[in-house]
Design a protein. Sequence first.
Length: 230
Amino acid sequence: MTRILLFGATGDTGRNVLDQALEKGLHVRAAERDFPDDFRDHERLEKRNGNLLDPGLGELMEGVDYVVSAVGLPRDPQTLINPPPLYTEGAVNIVKGMRKSGVKRLVVISAAFADPDASVPTWFKAATKPLDRIFRQMGEMERVLRVADDIDWTAVRPGWLLNRPHTGEFSVSTDDLPAGTLRTRRADLAHFMLDCALEGKHVHECPFIARKENATLETPPALIEEFWPF
């Protein structure tokens, strides 16, 4: 049975990865510092305590075929000012653990906005300025992976994430956000990440993924409502 180790299974994107992996018949070893009391149970779901900032991840990876990281950081003021090195140190620890355990395939979430040259509306760049430290850390994570030639990594760059149903209809580009797109459904992101892992797509690449959404979902008011709802 194919086994994946999933970091970030309790997050919005991670839950989609978990659900879709189980639907595909995969065994999922989910690693979290803490699981909610009501977190789902499944005969092919193995819950393990794990922290990306722990340098000893090799044992956690024993016996899996793929490592998938869907971790994210919250947008509270403290995190925005001083984000923990979840992406940078986390990437280093993942690579060390994979080398120790012999696992070769890795798929992680980065962001389109980690690329300073990505085609993003000026208003969006201005409105998301508080997230710059997190985006820079994602860019540093990508640089860590680029020198890990012995790991078959993929760093997926979604657009502005959206909680909407899975479509499986999205565009992918290795150069920039696909023309005319800004948003990425988390469920579609999960679909693409699993495809990359299972089918060996985009090894040693940072592909962009997005789809054209209703115009009302791609406006400054929508951004304000989602980023600062209070």
